[in-house]
Structure formats: C-alpha cells, structure tokens
Design a protein around this ligand. Sequence first.
Ligand SMILES: NC(=O)C1=CN([C@@H]2O[C@H](COP(=O)(O)OP(=O)(O)OC[C@H]3O[C@@H](n4cnc5c(N)ncnc54)[C@H](O)[C@@H]3O)[C@@H](O)[C@H]2O)C=CC1
Ligand SMILES: O=c1[nH]c(=O)c2[nH+]cn([C@@H]3O[C@H](COP(=O)(O)O)[C@@H](O)[C@H]3O)c2[nH]1
Ligand SMILES: [K+]
Length: 499
Amino acid sequence: MNDDGFTAERLFNQGYSYTYDDIIFLPGYIDFPVDGVNLSTKLSRNISLSIPCVASPMDTVTETSMAVAMAALGGIGMVHYNNTISQQASIIRAAKSHKIPFSADLIFATPSDSIHSADEFANSPCIFVTESGNKQSKLLGHVSKSDWKNLSNKEARISAYMNTSPVTLPSSYDFNDVAGYMASKKLDFVALVNEEEENGEVVNLVTSADTERIKGLPKLGLPSLGEDGKFLVGAAVGTRESDKERLEHLVKEGINAVVIDSSQGNSLYQINMIKHVKHTYPHLDVIGGNVVTNYQAENLIKQGVDGLRVGMGSGSICTTQEVCAVGRGQATAVYKVSSIAEQHGIPVIADGGISNSGHIVKALSLGASTVMMGSFLAGSNEAPGTYEYKNGLRVKKYRGMGSLEAMTKGSDARYLGDTAKLKIAQGVVGSVADKGSILKFIPYTMQAVKQGFQDLGASSLQSAHHLLKSGKLRLEVRTGAAQVEGGVHGLVGYEKRYF
Ligand SMILES: NC(=O)C1=CN([C@@H]2O[C@H](COP(=O)(O)OP(=O)(O)OC[C@H]3O[C@@H](n4cnc5c(N)ncnc54)[C@H](O)[C@@H]3O)[C@@H](O)[C@H]2O)C=CC1
Ligand SMILES: O=c1[nH]c(=O)c2[nH+]cn([C@@H]3O[C@H](COP(=O)(O)O)[C@@H](O)[C@H]3O)c2[nH]1
Ligand SMILES: [K+]
C-alpha cells in the first residue's frame, strides 16, 4: 500500500491555489526506455496531434511561420486575430499552402524593371519576375544574384537577361521530395509554386543552405495533417457580431479548429458564439475558454465545446490577477478543470505559465492533453517580428494581447462599433531572448518531457492520466526552501545549457 506523498485529489482540495513550481511529483517505477514514451495526444475531440504543443493566438507568437513549423513538428499553431479579417485569412492561406517547415522572404519585380543594387536581393538568392511585379501574377522567370553580379550593364531591363525557365516544384512536395530533387539536380535553390492556383503563384523558395540546415536538426516526427493532406492550422476569434463574419472567412481558408478567445470564457457572449459555431459549422472543432473552475467548464461543456483552454492570469505577460483579483494557480486550475472535462471526453489545453520542460510534464500529468505556449515560443525564429539588441542580448518583442499596445493596435479591427470606452490593461509589453528555431528546441524539449514521463512510470499521456485518476501518482507541495534546493544553488557562477 502506497501512503507516501499525497494524491492529486487530496492535495488540490485544501483551499490553496498551487502553481507548477509549488508542486513536485514523487517518482514511479520505470519498465520501459525513454524512447518508449509516446506523447501523441488530442487537441480537441476530433483533432489528434503527435506532440502536445500548441502555439498561442498572440500577435507576437503565431502567424504563418509559427503555424507551419508547429504543424511540421506534430503540434498546432493558433493564428491570432489582432488584425483585419483579410490579414488573418491570408496568414492561414499561406500556412496551408506550405509543406515545408520554413518560409523565405520572396522578392518580385516586373520584366521592365532594372536591378541597380545587390541590396535589392536582400537575403534571397534570386528575384522572381512576374507580370505585375507581385506574388499574385504569373511567374515569367527569375534573376539569380550570381547572374546579376556578372551583368555588365546594370541599367538593362530584367526582360533582357532574366532566366525564363526557372526550376519550380509543386508546393505540395514535402521536405524529402524537395531536398532529394535539389540534390539530384545539384540546384542552389528552387521555387515552390501553388499548383492549385491558375497562375501558379510562388509560395516559397528553398535554398540548398536551408536543406542542409534542416538535415542538421533533430528528425521531425509525424506532421499534423488534415484529411486534405495540408498542415493543420487553428485560429482564434472573439465573441462580437463581427467575429461571425471573420469566422466565415477563416472556415473558407480551411481552418481545422477555432479558439474562442477570452480571459473569462463563462459568459453569455461566448455561449452565444459557441451555439453559432456549432450550428453553422458542425464539423469544426470549437475550443472554449479560458476557464479555471468546474463551474465555468461545465457551462461550456454543456454548450458542446470540443476542447477547453485553461488558465487565468498565469501567463508570463498577464496582469489579470493583479488588476482584477480573479484567476487561479495554474496547477490547481489544470487539475480541477481536467477532472471534470475528462468525464465528458473533452481534452484540456493548459494555457500559460510554461517556462521549462518540467512545467509541461506537470501540466500533462495533472490531466491536460496539450500545453499552449506564448513566451516559450516568442523568442524563436518562427515568431513574428525581428530581433533587436537590448543590453547586448538578442531579443524579440513579446506582448500580452490585453496590453495597451496590443489593444490599441487591434482596436479598429476587433472592437469595431464599440462606443468610446476606458481601456484597462491586463497585460504588459516586454521582450524575450533569442532561442533559435523551434524546429530545434521543441524536439529537445519533447525528449526532456519523455524523460520526466519515464521517471513517473508513464509511457504515454493516457498512462499518466490513469496514474493521476487512480491515485497512484503521488505529489507534494514544495516549501520555499525545497524550491531553492530544487534549483541550482550555492555556486559562484554557472552556465545553464539544456541541450
Ligand atoms: N488567459 C488569461 O489569463 C488572459 C488572457 N487575456 C487575453 O487578452 C485578450 C483580451 O481578452 P478579454 O479582454 O478577456 O477579451 P474578451 O473579448 O472576452 O472581452 C473584452 C470585453 O468585451 C466584452 N464583450 C465580449 N463580447 C461581447 C459582445 N458580444 N457584446 C458586448 N460585449 C462583449 C467583454 O465582456 C469584455 O468586457 C485575449 O486575447 C485573451 O486571451 C487577457 C487577460 C487574461
Ligand atoms: O492576463 C493576460 N493578459 C494579456 O494581455 C494576455 N495575453 C495573453 N495572455 C494569456 O497568456 C498566455 C501565454 O502565457 P505564457 O507567455 O506564460 O506562455 C496566452 O496564451 C493567453 O492565455 C494574457 N493574459
Ligand atoms: K502572471
């Protein structure tokens, strides 16, 4: 009989709001190797993923590159809605047209243009020539940077010297198809065109440097693909009348799930929106939230949500608990909501507060099926925005969607028709350190999560949830001193490297 530690049920019913760092699991029994751990899971009732990772619908986290890379890794990205309907739709369209987990900056010109400086190529190995000089018209040829450098008359019009038979491949080719073709033909670069469109629009450019870089990264798992063979992409919408029109456009672009975005999801507005979505698009998975209590969760489950997003005030940029005095410690919130959702077969997304692989292990072992991350992903190459330097550190901007800056930017698009109102911030604007590509650090993070699962004696999410429910999973609260002991301590200096 195991009477060591507490069961989750006992620990989380004492009137404390615990967060991930407050608790620690006692180890279980290992009878399988690390690579025997399977992290496949469900985002929502009808959507399966091979890794439990979701990119948050925030304007400094998820646009095309993030959505593509997350799906390529086996997770999913939720495209934010702090933009116009057409901008959000075009981010989704672009993500859906990719089969390769990176996107290049594409440069276009018309045949009658001249190229005066190498700067016009920016970082691209070529400039594409189309009838109208933009992406949307027919591809006529290209000028490679090396051909342009050898040109004696730099004033010449592009039509006089462009290559009129550029090598293109369908954008439906996957990474191995493209890399294999490039290697066999010894190509420096190749354009990927969308063959579903009449004009064969160029959607991506792959260079041999890209293929070499990808080959050097950890092997990708099973990508998240829909029935149409395209990457799974989700999107967020609000609960205003105008969000119904927004959703109509997003559905046309083929989104696979919709997140109804709110800090407090148990509202008449959200319930009306869920009813609308369920009635109008019965095959679209709806993720409701955010919720942190049984009462909130039950109300949304009654309306037929296919997934629940859990977390209020736990995010790194959140000030909701300070400003509004509502919310819940994230470990308690995830455990409480998951135990109700599980009875209805509804997967839970643990949203916010993830800053290391241990937090992911905790969220999943407390009943969540996926984790949603903002700050953990915002410093990556795939997040929107460019890097800048702050105190010698390479950083990217990261801001709360309830920050004044984000609300002001989105107010035209999101709060259209609102009468003048006083804006109160529930988030901050900040920056996060450069982390490189998620194609590299997410596979390492998942390996760390697998090690945590192995220590617990859980070979899958299902088995972790079984340990939780059966009371075999034992945990304790860490005192302040235990938390200090659990971290690095007593050293004069050290370097923290995770992989
Ligand atoms: N997870 C978290 O802890 C938090 C997240 N956030 C994020 O910040 C952003 C903004 O969040 P919220 O302010 O909660 O957004 P929200 O859209 O739920 O609410 C904004 C305001 O509009 C009102 N409203 C919504 N629909 C309405 C309708 N149809 N008619 C009239 N009034 C309506 C709400 O009552 C509220 O006052 C979201 O992206 C959210 O995810 C903000 C705070 C906390
Ligand atoms: O109180 C808040 N004010 C905000 O401005 C805000 N913006 C985002 N979010 C929520 O935080 C989550 C991301 O949290 P992390 O950076 O910790 O991953 C996100 O996924 C959201 O749930 C906000 N919460
Ligand atoms: K917070």
